[in-house]
Design a protein around this ligand. Structure first.
Ligand SMILES: Cc1ncc(COP(=O)(O)O)c(C=O)c1O
Length: 289
């Protein structure tokens, strides 16, 4: 079951206009919300980021927070899996093709769910391969826009190289990855770039920073040089679907030094375990975060 503009229906029945600005211009925003045991994780934070993306491209929010929770709750209930990824997208709506935003359009609202595939224990043990690529995307990566051609091109280049992710650098500095944020560890300190127009403010990024603070794990949010990335002891990517995934090779070279090279590091393992505990505690709570 999917949701389109107020109605629940099978995906085959969901149809939109070819003049929809989402189709013509990629003029829309989206969210992906992980659902564990049929409970959405960090829903209010996802809805707050959605509001901020909508504000930045001047689309009025078609629903209140309560309405979003209700509709998302129904999609979760109407789909067969206990753990799901809820994808929602809002486009500006259909209009005669013209670049400038037309006023007073009725936004198109679409929601679907898919089974949430967890990273396998084998992948967590081996870690994943990544390549480092120049970040040629636009300068508003803070908007969670459906215009993802740059991200798709970069991820395809990674896949062509047999890698799970493309880690991106701009002007000699780490930004993020094609569909995740990036953390590195150097000499026992976790480093990640600050939020800016150059990265998506990840919900998982925030959870990981909360975990680091709560457990007094040394960390700094600061600009990270490409040279620091390439000589890091550990590299991880974070996202709602990948959680905390260690990267163990960069451009085919093992991450880290000596015995530990090419294996997930101790800080990644600790933060991964703490993330699982955090998720479990939140999902057990009567009203969850
Ligand atoms: C470009 C990019 N950065 C970061 C993230 C991580 O965001 P979140 O933790 O909210 O899933 C994503 C998620 O899809 C992304 O596409």
């Amino acid at each position: 079951m999917v949701y389109l503009n107020g109605e629940f229906m099978p995906v085959e029945r969901a149809k939109i206009s070819v003049l929809d600005r989402g189709f013509i211009f990629g003029d829309g925003v989206y969210e992906v919300i992980p659902v564990y045991s049929r409970r959405p994780f960090r829903l209010q934070e996802h809805l707050a980021r959605l509001q901020s993306s909508l504000d930045m491209i001047r689309i009025g929010n078609p629903h209140s927070s309560a309405k979003w929770s209700e509709v998302i709750g129904k999609i979760i209930a109407d789909n067969p899996w206990s753990d799901q990824n809820v994808y929602l997208q809002i486009t500006r709506g259909a209009a005669k093709r013209d670049h400038a935003f037309p006023k007073d359009l009725k936004p198109t609202v679409f929601i679907m769910a898919n089974e949430l595939i967890h990273p396998t224990p084998e992948l967590m043990q081996s870690g994943a391969a990544a390549i480092v690529l120049p970040d040629f995307r636009w300068l508003r990566c803070d908007i969670k826009s459906t215009s993802l051609l740059g991200n798709c091109m970069l991820r395809t280049q990674a896949a062509d190289a047999g890698c799970a992710e493309a880690i991106l650098v701009r002007d000699g500095l780490l930004t993020e990855a094609s569909a995740s944020n990036v953390f590195i560890v150097r000499n026992g300190t976790v480093l990640t770039p600050p939020k800016s127009h150059l990265i998506l403010p990840g919900i998982t990024y925030d959870v990981v920073l909360e975990i680091l603070r709560a457990n007094a794990i040394a960390h700094e949010v600061r600009l990270v040089a490409e040279s620091e990335l390439r000589s890091a002891d550990e590299v991880w990517v974070t996202s709602s679907s990948r959680e905390v995934l260690p990267i163990t090779t960069l451009d085919g070279k093992p991450v880290g030094r000596g015995e530990a090279a090419g294996k997930p590091g101790p800080v990644a393992q600790r933060v991964y375990d703490l993330y699982q505990q955090f998720k479990a505690s939140v999902m057990r709570a009567p009203t969850h975060a």
